[in-house]
Design a protein around this ligand. Structure first.
Ligand SMILES: Cc1cc2nc3c(=O)[nH]c(=O)nc-3n(C[C@H](O)[C@H](O)[C@H](O)COP(=O)(O)OP(=O)(O)OC[C@H]3O[C@@H](n4cnc5c(N)ncnc54)[C@H](O)[C@@H]3O)c2cc1C
Length: 396
């Protein structure tokens, strides 16, 4: 790939980089994407695939800023899934059309009042017990279930759908250093110090890798924060673990547990656990976290038998722009300095918003969208396996 030149180079092949590439090419920009390993191999592949519309963040009882900015996202993604949006996702598999919220009995009355309020009533439906799905469709479940109009996607098919459309522009290359040459272009070097590609504009969508890339350019801003998670996973046959995409509501805005289900083949199902259990698990050993998850699941679903399950955990950081109090940013972040754009979507669901901001920046800076063809040679990138497919060690 040496000594090649391109207008725009995107570094990082998670959802942020792939979505940006798709929008740029569609708008006539000459762009390529470089991915260090495999597409989606860090946060995107590890995500739960939920296209939030902000309901989760409105659980304090009023629409927060977060809930408002994310509110339009399910519609934008749905247009893409129907092949009518900004990125063609018509070949993507939906795991579920809806996600659900459930509460145990003690919370039900408080929540009923809240959900009946004007703030939320247009966004969710209070299900009648006759419509409850497994594992809630039984007499000994005394709580409430709400259905949200927010889909859950099979992330591997999202990555694969974009990869196949733009395969000639998606290359596997770990960017080690970036230097500015005398002509003002950014020259990208691989981990052996070979100059591979020179570019006029750089878009950094490398997640946690943005920090290192900025450092190689001698920049210490924008600053980044990492918010770690320790995500438990349990697997068993689908008769033990039914398909479920649901948040269990606790007393705070953060769900006590967010469960998504992922088929492993041969009738095996994985439940992947996010929310409070994953946040509070940071600092625990794997075994301690598995013990805590077992205890919590038993408390939340005392009628279920998890004794046949095998367990594992995934330690992973969320990479985001730095916030003064270390909290989750409400919106995607896009920073521009010279001809370098650094971006974090903050949530998978908010990637379209992030890309709007990037396109605004390119237009404002007069970067040409002259529809040039591209002929960049290099090793094509493949799509990553998902965490439960990669996990070798499962404990009982
Ligand atoms: C456990 C978990 C669950 C989540 N669940 C959800 C959810 O259900 N819904 C939701 O909306 N959001 C969710 N999120 C958030 C969401 O996953 C992230 O906001 C989003 O995936 C970030 O995408 P990204 O492309 O910025 O980063 P990443 O997916 O981390 O991609 C960055 C890419 O850059 C590459 N890279 C790094 N350095 C270099 C380099 N030097 N050269 C070349 N390439 C490089 C990496 O290999 C990687 O592929 C979740 C996050 C986590 C961690």
């Amino acid at each position: 790939m040496s000594d090649q030149s391109v207008d725009i180079t995107i570094i990082g092949g998670g959802i942020a980089g792939l979505w940006t590439l798709a929008r740029l090419v569609r708008d006539g920009y000459q762009a390529v994407l470089l991915e260090a390993d495999s597409l989606g191999c860090v946060q995107t592949g590890a995500s739960q695939g939920i296209i939030h519309g902000g309901t989760k963040y409105a659980l304090t009882g009023k629409l927060t800023h977060s809930a408002q900015s994310i509110g339009q996202m399910p519609q934008r993604w749905k247009a893409c899934l129907q092949g009518q949006g900004e990125v063609d996702l018509s070949r993507v598999a939906k795991l579920s059309d809806h996600q659900y919220l459930w509460s145990n009995n003690s919370l039900a009355s408080r929540l009923t009042g809240f959900f009946a309020s004007k703030v939320m009533s247009s966004r969710m439906q209070h299900l009648k017990p006759a419509d409850y799905m497994p594992p809630f469709n039984r007499q000994d479940f005394q709580g409430e279930v709400y259905q949200l109009d927010e889909p859950v996607l099979d992330i591997k098919t999202v990555l694969e759908a974009i990869r196949t459309q733009y395969a000639d522009r998606i290359l596997q290359l770990r960017v080690k250093t970036i230097r500015k040459n005398t002509g003002g272009k950014y020259c990208i070097e691989d981990d052996k110090g070979r100059a591979e590609l020179c570019t006029g504009t750089l878009i950094l969508t490398a997640g946690a890798g943005n920090e290192t890339l900025l450092n190689t350019l001698g920049m210490d801003k924008p600053k980044m924060q990492r918010r770690p998670l320790l995500m438990p996973m349990l697997k068993a046959s689908e008769s033990v673990l039914p398909r479920l995409y649901a948040h269990c509501l606790g007393a705070s805005a953060l769900p006590k547990m967010t469960i998504t289900s992922h088929a492993l083949g041969k009738g095996q199902m994985v439940w992947y656990l996010g929310g409070e259990i994953a946040e509070q698990g940071v600092g625990r050993s794997d075994k301690e976290q598995i013990r805590a998850a077992k205890k919590e699941l038993h408390k939340l679903m005392p009628w279920m038998d998890f004794s046949a399950c095998e367990w594992s955990v995934l330690a992973i950081d969320r990479a985001e722009p730095e916030m003064p109090d270390g909290s989750r940013p409400a919106e995607p972040a896009v920073f521009t300095q010279d001809n370098i754009i650094t971006a974090w979507p903050v949530k998978l669901a908010m990637t379209p918003l992030m890309t709007d901001k990037i396109l605004d920046q390119l237009k404002q800076r007069g970067i040409p969208d002259n529809g040039q063809q591209i002929n960049i040679l290099g090793k094509p990138a493949r799509t990553s396996e998902l965490p439960w497919e990669k996990t070798q060690k499962w404990l009982t």
